[in-house]
Design a protein around this ligand. Structure first.
Ligand code: HEC
Ligand code: HEC
Length: 417
């Protein structure tokens, strides 16, 4: 399916319409009461498109709305921020943030890459770390998997068995969506390695765009602020959470499949058929991106952000496997064979379940829009994700996810807009 770039203004108008409606009916408290109704449906969307351009009063109110959650980004020059995100190349290879983080989905899928290649084989997406060899030659990987070659420096206690002097590794990773994350997630990157948005943007400009001029601090702050604006939310529900603190609640579900699917995501201890609360062990909290206290694996606490669900272990993507040697605190060594050890390359700890082959637990809000899935893009659809989890739980537990269970969880995830 080719990318259809809806004008940013239209998206803005949609969110504006629902936001003003919320403000008018006195919503915006911290309770979950108003959250259930917020998901914009297609009719609402069409009406908002017809309504046309954004309202100047909302425009003026935007900095103070953003300041509610992220005071450091309260100042905002929308036009400047947009130009930096979408047009500024910093004297580099011609890429901008928009090269990889599209307006529509915040990411780039294999279908998007194929379409862009057909239109223009010289599209900057296929340059450098987007090319097969990292030097600009070949576009096969980008067109098939839409992954980027990411270079990660090795911690001092970590080395490669086959290349002992190497101080970094190159990994194939998908492009996470910039919807919701910049405003609503303080943990950045698939392995959590960036401390904040300006540092993240500086890294992206150096690595992906091969900049020849260092971005100024005010430019980095503007890029960060721009990523808090309405077009960077997957729905009015997410926007209301960011700007008004209206905590999102799990939608009730209408069809039988959706209602059955919901039980996987409610906070509950695993019991009986082990299905109620199965996914919320990790997809809990307002953003459905943290562990709850019922997670059946240590450290059994709420708020954990890194876990492995077997994506590197199964290596369905068929990525090259590295033999990575970790020198442990007690002087012993652990050698790990993995296409991407994830968080362990940041912590240097191969003995910690929240590090080894562990990745950031992603939010599930807006997930239907942001295929493909997992850090290596190995799941093309939500159905693939459900199949993966059936295989994962079969490998690590007695839990059986039937085809109906898988269809139910997919139906439910499509409601999480
Ligand atoms: C070549 C494609 C590419 C370009 C260009 C690019 N990014 Fe990214 N972006 C990625 C990839 C790949 C990751 C994840 C890498 C990882 O975690 O190792 C990422 C991660 C992110 C994240 C963190 C997402 C999360 O879930 O934690 C943000 C925010 C982001 N990029 C913003 C930007 C901004 C701002 C720019 C422009 C300054 C930019 N990106 C340019 C590919 C790109
Ligand atoms: C043990 C923790 C854990 C459990 C339980 C869990 N997940 Fe996940 N989920 C994760 C992690 C971590 C990732 C990222 C994995 C990766 O990229 O390697 C993920 C990724 C996903 C993604 C992909 C999102 C994206 O943007 O790429 C979906 C969808 C998802 N999980 C749905 C589910 C469903 C449905 C269940 C229940 C069957 C479930 N998860 C159970 C931790 C968990």
């Amino acid at each position: 399916m080719p990318l259809t770039y809806r004008p940013r203004q239209a998206h803005w108008a949609l969110l504006l319409a629902t936001t003003l409606a919320l403000a008018a009916c006195g919503g915006g408290g911290d309770g979950p009461a108003s959250a259930e109704t917020a998901t914009p449906d297609d009719a609402e969307h069409a009406a908002a498109l017809a309504a046309g351009a954004a309202d100047a009063s909302f425009d003026a109110a935007l900095p103070s709305l953003i300041a509610r959650r992220k005071p450091q980004f309260a100042f905002l020059d929308f036009a400047k921020g947009r130009r930096l995100f979408e047009r500024e190349t910093f004297g580099g290879n011609g890429r901008t943030c928009l090269t990889c983080h599209s307006r529509e989905t915040g990411t780039t899928s294999p279908a998007d890459a194929q379409h862009r290649f057909a239109v223009n084989p010289a599209d900057p997406l296929f340059l450098a770390d987007g090319s097969d060899d990292g030097q600009g030659h070949g576009s096969t990987r980008m067109r098939q998997d839409a992954t980027v070659l990411v270079r990660i420096a090795l911690p001092e206690n970590v080395s490669l068995a086959n290349d002992p002097t190497a101080r970094s590794v190159v990994l194939r990773r998908g492009i996470p969506s910039t919807l919701n994350t910049p405003a609503l997630d303080d943990v950045l990157m698939l392995d959590g390695r960036q401390p904040d948005l300006p540092a993240q943007a500086r890294g992206a400009i150096a690595d992906h765009a091969q900049a020849t001029r260092e971005p100024r601090a005010d430019e980095l702050a503007l890029i960060a602020a721009f990523q808090q604006t309405p077009a960077f939310f997957s729905s009015a529900t997410m926007l209301k959470y960011a700007y008004f603190g209206a905590t999102p609640a799990l939608p009730p579900g209408r069809t039988e499949a959706e209602k059955r699917g919901r039980r996987f995501f409610v906070d509950a201890p695993l019991q009986g058929d082990f299905k109620t609360g199965l996914c919320s062990g990790c997809h809990s909290g307002p953003m459905l991106n943290e562990t709850n206290e019922f997670i059946p694996a240590p450290p059994f606490r709420r708020g954990g952000r890194f876990q492995s669900v077997g994506v590197s272990e199964f290596n369905v993507a068929g990525n090259p496997v590295l033999d990575v040697v970790f020198r442990n605190a007690d002087g012993t060594t652990t050698t790990v064979s993995s296409p991407d050890p994830g968080r362990a390359l940041i912590t240097g700890n191969a003995q910690d379940v929240e590090s080894l082959n562990a990745f950031k637990i992603p939010s599930l809000w807006g997930v239907a829009r942001t295929a493909p899935y997992f850090h290596d893009n190995s799941a093309r659809t939500l159905e693939d994700v459900a199949r993966h989890y059936a295989q994962f739980f079969a490998a690590v537990s007695p839990i059986v996810l039937t085809p109906e269970d898988q269809a139910d969880m997919v139906a439910y995830m499509k409601l999480l807009r």
